[in-house]
Design a protein around this ligand. Structure first.
Ligand SMILES: [Zn+2]
Length: 187
């Protein structure tokens, strides 16, 4: 493993903005799809069945004609023996797939859907532009489905295939507002 990366993964230094260690920052989470209004409050999952119209829950979002489910986008870290940067993000599905997913979710049988086309519904990094075409791979036993970028010329697709270099990872964390000097350098 890259020595600098190994040191950072076990470092107790904390980000000055949020108090998280570097290892903790390896999972970031978006609480809603980018298009979803900040006015919508995150509710329990039952609200997606009980309410009509726009709704945001922990794992589902219905917004106008759009349908979203919570998903994970994993970026392997280069030279790390399997460490990943995990983004808790949102996938946009067509309505039929969304309904099927919703039906299977409580029974923890979404894996039977296999893989479905989806759009990454959060710009990664923030402000990076148009939605990205993906495949959404269902996972067993209540695990979040995983997004795999399918646009081969997209920067995220390259990062998924070849792994993220430490410098690129630091740039990503910086784009999410974290205070890198407090994590990277001894004070
Ligand atoms: Zn921070």
């Amino acid at each position: 493993m890259d020595a600098h990366l190994a040191r950072m993964l076990t470092s107790a230094r904390q980000c000055r903005c949020c108090g998280a260690t570097f290892a903790q920052l390896l999972s970031l989470s978006c609480d809603r799809p980018d298009v979803c209004s900040d006015d919508l409050v995150v509710q329990d999952n039952s609200a997606v069945l009980e309410e009509r119209g726009d709704v945001l829950t922990e794992d589902f979002c219905r917004y106008g004609k759009l349908r979203f489910v919570r998903a994970v986008l994993a970026l392997p870290l280069a030279d790390s023996r399997g460490a990943e940067f995990l983004l808790g993000t949102w996938a946009s599905l067509n309505e039929d797939d969304f309904d099927a997913y919703l039906d299977l979710f409580d029974m923890r049988e979404t894996e039977s859907m296999g893989s479905r086309p989806a759009w990454l519904a959060n710009a990664i990094p923030p402000e990076s532009g148009a939605p990205v075409a993906c495949m959404l791979h269902m996972r067993p036993e209540g695990e979040y489905p995983e997004l795999q970028v399918s646009e081969s010329n997209n920067a995220l697709a390259r990062l998924q295939q070849t792994g993220v270099q430490l410098e690129e990872l630091l740039e990503l964390l910086y784009a999410y507002g974290h205070d890198l000097p407090s994590l990277v350098y001894d004070s």
